[in-house]
Every structure is written in structure tokens, then in C-alpha cells.
Design a protein around this ligand. Structure first.
Ligand SMILES: CC(=O)[C@@H](O)[C@H](O)COP(=O)(O)O
Ligand SMILES: NCC(=O)COP(=O)(O)O
Length: 255
């Protein structure tokens, strides 16, 4: 079974366009759970442009499914520039306080529109390993956001991480462009095989959608979890949330 974790960033983005609690983040999470989602993912950033630190605490207080907090572990505290929005405490401070089931470490910079690369562990392995060790000691499963590069995935195992999350944008772009995706899918298959050889679990995410997900889920071995936000949120406008979650479950190979 491949778990579906729904990313709520885009729901928070809509909420943040007004000084309101509509849409309500915990309520939306509960609707996803009621519709069959196995987990909830959020990716707070220091500018709190979508999910805020306070949302993470609110979700931690109500979730009955896996809570996956993604983000840059090097991101420190940041004062909020908006009235009524608390300061960002820093990623590690946040997850130390919340202790989610899973932390996905992502090497994203503040200026990025969204996540756009995996870790370079040849360069950053010595920085990442102690953070992984601390998260492990807190009982938090740790996953590293990675490009499908075998050499890098072997280095991910050396940090002590439990899993990797394969960064799927290259596959999604090729699929959307109507290109022959066999070669690029082969890179993800190989990456997942290497992860298995190294004892790492495999998650995946970024720009997965109802069109590209079935082939990916069918081809990539040992896939444990996908986290999906942007496309799923857009599909829910058209199809309704419960029907959309069900459609993503079907795309993962479930009825
Ligand atoms: C790591 C990853 O691919 C997702 O968390 C993505 O970064 C979602 O963030 P946005 O919703 O801000 O694009
Ligand atoms: N980890 C990927 C994620 O949570 C969602 O990414 P996207 O579907 O919003 O691109």
C-alpha cells in the first residue's frame, strides 16, 4: 500500500489572502482524513507565506494520522511581518516542540518559489547527519529530499536517515510535456532500488498529479508514501475534496 499524505500548504495560502480562519486548516485536515488520506504534510517556510508555525501546533493537537513536517533544517527564527501572525521559531525549534511522526528535510532557500532541488550530501552531509541524529533521538522518522542520483542516495543512508523523498518535478515536467518518460522513470526506479539496497524507505513528491501518478506508482519499487498538495488542491475545486482524495487513492493503485 502506498500512503497518500495530503499537503495543506495551498489551503493555507488561500486562508492567508484574508485575515480570517477560512479555510480552517485543522478542519480541512480532518476532511482529508475522513476521505481516506493516510497522512497530512505541511511545509512551513520562515516567511510563513502559507503554513504558519501556529498551524503546525494546531494540526499536532488534532491529527489522528501521520504528521509529516517538511522544511529546511537550517532555517532559523524569523520575526513575522504581519499583525496577528506569530514569529517563525526556526525549523528545528518547531519540530523539537511538536515531534511529528516524520520530518522531511528539504534544502530550500528563502527566495525559492517552491522546492527545486534535493540535497547535495557530498557538500552538506556533515551538516545534515547531526540533525538526523537529533531527530532520530526524539523519535521522529527522518526523510531527506533527494534528486534521483544513486551516489547521493548512498550518502543519504550514511546520514542515518530512515527514508528519502524523491523529488519528482523532473518526471512531472517530462510527463506534462508529452515526452517519452521511460528514461526519466528509469532514473527513479534505479534511485528506489539503490535506496532499498541501502536500507532506506522511499517517499516521493512534487508536482505529482492524477495524470502522472499512476505510471510513477506502478513503476517505482518499494514506494511507501507520496505527498501531494498543489494539484490535489486544484482538483478538489473541480471534483470536491472527498472525490479527489478517492481519485488519488485509485491513481496509487487502490480501488
Ligand atoms: C518538498 C516539496 O516538494 C513540497 O513540500 C513543496 O515544496 C510544497 O511546497 P509549496 O506548496 O510551497 O510549493
Ligand atoms: N513533498 C511534496 C509535497 O508535499 C507536495 O508537493 P506538491 O504536490 O505541492 O508539488
Amino acid at each position: 500500500m502506498i500512503a497518500l499524505s495530503v499537503n495543506l500548504n495551498k489551503i493555507a495560502l488561500i486562508r492567508n489572502s484574508r485575515d480570517t480562519t477560512n479555510p480552517d486548516i485543522p478542519r480541512h485536515a480532518q476532511m482529508c482524513i475522513d476521505a481516506g488520506a493516510h497522512g497530512i504534510t505541511v511545509h512551513p517556510r520562515p516567511d510563513q507565506r502559507h503554513i504558519r508555525a501556529s498551524d503546525c501546533f494546531d494540526l499536532a493537537g488534532m491529527l489522528s494520522v501521520e504528521f509529516n513536517i517538511e522544511g529546511n533544517p537550517m532555517a532559523g527564527p524569523r520575526k513575522s511581518e504581519r499583525d496577528g501572525v506569530g514569529d517563525y521559531p526556526g525549523f528545528m525549534e518547531l519540530v523539537r516542540a511538536i515531534r511529528p511522526a516524520q520530518c522531511t528535510l528539504v534544502p530550500d532557500g528563502d527566495a525559492q518559489l517552491t522546492s527545486d532541488h534535493g540535497f547535495d550530501l557530498k557538500r552538506d552531509g556533515d551538516t545534515v547527519a547531526p540533525l538526523v541524529e537529533e531527530l532520530n533521538s526524539l523519535g521522529i522518522r527522518t526523510s531527506l529530499f533527494m534528486d534521483p542520483i544513486p551516489e547521493q542516495i548512498r550518502l543519504a543512508a550514511q546520514t542515518g536517515a530512515d527514508r528519502i523523498e524523491l523529488y519528482t518535478e523532473s518526471y512531472a515536467r517530462a510527463f506534462a510535456a508529452g515526452q517519452d518518460v521511460d528514461t526519466i522513470l528509469g532514473q527513479f526506479v534505479r534511485a528506489a532500488e539503490v535506496a532499498a539496497e541501502e536500507g532506506l524507505g522511499v517517499n516521493a513528491g512534487h508536482d505529482l498529479d492524477l495524470n502522472n501518478l499512476p505510471a510513477f506508482a506502478a513503476a517505482v519499487p518499494n514506494l511507501l508514501e507520496v505527498s501531494i498538495g498543489h494539484a490535489l488542491t486544484v482538483d478538489a475545486i473541480r471534483m470536491g475534496l472527498a472525490a479527489t482524495v478517492a481519485a488519488y487513492q485509485r491513481a496509487l493503485g487502490k480501488n
